[in-house]
Ligand binder design. Sequence first.
Ligand code: ADP
Length: 636
Amino acid sequence: MTALQAPGNSPADELLSASREILLLVDRESLTVRAANPYAARVLGLTPDELIGRDITELECSLQDVFYWNSVGLGQVEEIENVDGLYARADGEALPVRKSISRAVVDGRDHLIIRARDQRPAQAVEQELERTTSLLRATLESTAEGILVIDLSGRIVNFNHRFAELWGLHSASLERGRDRAIFRHALRQLTHPSAGMRRLRELLAARDDESFDTFELKDGRAVECRSRPQTLASEVLGRVFSFNDVSKRIRQARELAAARDAALAASRAKTDFLSQMSHELRTPLNAILGFSELLADEVSDASREPVEAIRKAGRHLLDLINDLLDMARIEAGKIELCIEAVDLAALAGECIELLRPLAERHGVNLAPAPGGEPAWVQADRLRLKQMLINLISNGIKYNRPQGRVWIEIERGRRIRACVCDTGVGITEADQAALFQTFSRVGEHRRKIEGTGIGLAFTRKLARLMSGEVGMLSHAGEGSRFWIELPADAAAAPAPKAESKVQASAPLCPPGTRLLYIEDDRFSRLLIERLFARFPEADLKTAENGAEGLRRAREHRPALILCDMNLGDMVGSEILAALRADPETAAIPVLALSANAMPEEIEAAMAAGFDGYLTKPVQASAVVEAVRQTLAHVKAI
Ligand code: ADP
């Protein structure tokens, strides 16, 4: 050891200078420092002169140190290894060290050599480690999920309080070494403990897999469990499980599903009711409208007017039924539109002519159709007609004697038909309530017949056609209701000819046999009367399914008209039986039914019917369908 006051340049001196340990040579007798390395003086904040000759008990200041040097003073010298101690620095700070002391004889005298290492960096690392561990623990404890860590042998390594809480574990059962008790306690709570056990074993065996399970508990709770391998430097150490109580979420999902099922069932019940109601009303209407149509051609002039009145009333009834069904359908999102180019100006003219008698009855002056160029819009023709009729008839109904109704067409990228009237008008407050189902406003509503469906339906339809409906009104002066639709610039289709019952044109080759299977007597009578106009057709009828099948085999008709709800069979069963028999398999079958819901028609067409006519049928439509089907069969 080289004394500080005489630093040399030997390799040993270099070595001592470079040392990052406190090195002190202490005289055993006097307990004073005899030599020290430069690092010792620096770290203790002393000059070499201050250090040499200093009593070691002034430098080493922990209680342990005091005891030690006391023993040395009494002659009990003990060598020590890696013992913690404190050094008093010149600035008053205590320097923590870890030191070793060994005996040495220098210059013939007993000495002690102290090697001490500054512990501050190590302590800082330790403190940091402690802090990180505490933070990790705090994080583990603050997660909302229950966490469990298991090593590869299945031993519990760690878990948080949430885990204990979730599985109702008490502090006693959480002591180390109670792993089996913890697993048993958790598994016992499962609705299927043995399945849970199997799954746990699987997961412990599957080192690298991730897992996701939902466990049902006997107390009604549901717990989601995810697990992943726990890895350190790509080595799998075990598995981390996280548990989540999802009872509330699952309960809500179940309630939602139940509500949706109930809504679906209600919607199905509504559809069934509509379909049933439609069917029940259409069957008698079929007779009213069909016979009045046929009679109108046959009766004397004197009887024509009442027959026409019956037909009109029937037609009106049918319109009402259709309106109600349409509204229900549109609300159920079940309406289908056929968008094509429609001349709004011409259509408005048609509607005006249709409503002229109504205007006359109300003493209202209905202006002629708007003139000018065609106004082509993209719309469903039939529905648009319905919308216009609704607005014009409102203009007439909610008017005053000698009032006026007229239509203006405004052209542009979108085209507007404005139905204007000089009627009672609508107050501003009432205007806000318009376009809502069953909303009728104003004092006059009690006196004037109506349902409050028309405007709501018109707006819904317009929007389905990418259009809009709106209004302007002044109470006591009149109103201006408009329908706006996208213009169809490219359109100029040729007008379609109206089909008529052409008794003169032959329907089919003479002697062509037709069969009509129908249980409703009036419907049978109607079709018999209709085909009586075509002597070339030989119409047979059957009152039920079984008789129909028998007659089909017996007469081999060229075409069968078939009702869909017969007493003994439904239409699809009859069709299946016909198709199954080679003798009748190829006969085309047209459905003729009061089931008018689109899904019923679709189902029938999918089952293989060659066409579908809804009751009340128009005579011309039946004749046309029969003519076309027969022509098609002949062509192939
Ligand atoms: P309805 O005419 O069958 O009552 P609508 O839905 O067509 O049903 O009309 C709803 C309400 O709007 C009517 O009851 C009436 O109060 C008001 N209304 C509609 N059109 C007019 C109009 N041109 N002038 C005054 N009031 C009208």
